[in-house]
Write a protein that binds this ligand. Structure first.
Ligand code: DC
Length: 234
């Protein structure tokens, strides 16, 4: 049977990447973090001074895209796939608050989306991929066999993100984290191009009260059922 394409979308800090990685590991599929690609483009634009204080000229961003090469490489020491921007490992640099603060404006640029969507679609051409993001089930893989849409309460998402940032040594209040999340969701849901939406055929998973094992078990049950349905159709 063809290996499936699994699209996972949802709000920020809903545990999409945790679930996506675990599914990929369990099924021996490739995990692709589309958010990391938008983060890498944002880092590049900041480094080049094209994005400054939240402002940029779209034409300059579009031109600079030609100088950007993004790829993922599996690192056996950390047991995870890491993001490379022009052959430099930027996995850590793209996760800080500065990038998080600027990524929504860069990911709303049409040219940026067109370039990244094209790369993402190539990554999924043979199936056997789990990709998480905001537009994976709606734009990148509208024909994905499995589409999941993750949600959790605002309070729980803010607490998760806060814990993550504190563990990384950042100094920030829970209130600030909650406000930043709200802003980013608002931006991602209201941008003109490919806004965050639940695909009509996506299955929603609210993981506010689920631990990692239960969440994974739920997703695997959905995938197994789909495989049976697909085989019955043949
Ligand atoms: O999943 P993440 O928090 O790392 O994503 C960072 C940002 O990238 C997110 O706020 C919106 C953008 N993004 C997007 O527009 N489309 C995607 N498929 C993935 C991420």
């Amino acid at each position: 049977m063809r290996r499936l394409t699994i699209a996972i979308d949802g709000y920020s800090s809903c545990g999409k990447s945790t679930l996506a990685k675990e599914i990929a590991q369990k099924l021996n599929y490739v995990y692709a973090d589309s958010g990391a690609m938008y983060r890498a483009v944002t880092l590049h634009m900041l480094n080049k001074g094209i994005l400054k204080d939240g402002a940029f000229i779209t034409k300059q961003v579009a031109q600079e895209l030609n100088a950007i090469h993004i790829r993922f490489k599996f690192d056996s020491a950390s047991n995870r796939s890491e993001t490379y921007l022009n052959d430099e490992n930027v996995e850590k640099d793209i996760r800080n608050s500065k990038i998080t603060k600027h990524v929504s404006v860069i990911s709303a640029v049409r040219e940026v989306r067109e370039k990244l969507v094209e790369i993402q679609q190539k990554m999924g051409i043979e199936g056997g991929v789990v990709m998480d993001g905001r537009d994976i089930g709606t734009v990148v893989f509208p024909n994905a066999e499995i589409k999941l849409f993750m949600t959790a309460t605002n309070q729980i998402r803010a607490e998760r993100r806060y814990k993550e940032l504190i563990e990384k040594g950042e100094s920030i209040s829970l209130e600030q984290v909650a406000n930043d999340l709200k802003k980013r969701d608002h931006y991602d849901m209201n941008r003109e191009i490919s806004p965050l939406r639940k695909a009509e055929d996506a299955i929603e998973i609210d993981n506010s009260d689920l631990d990692r094992e239960s969440q994974l078990a739920m997703a695997i049950a959905i995938i197994e059922k789909k495989k049976v349905d697909l085989q019955e159709k043949v």
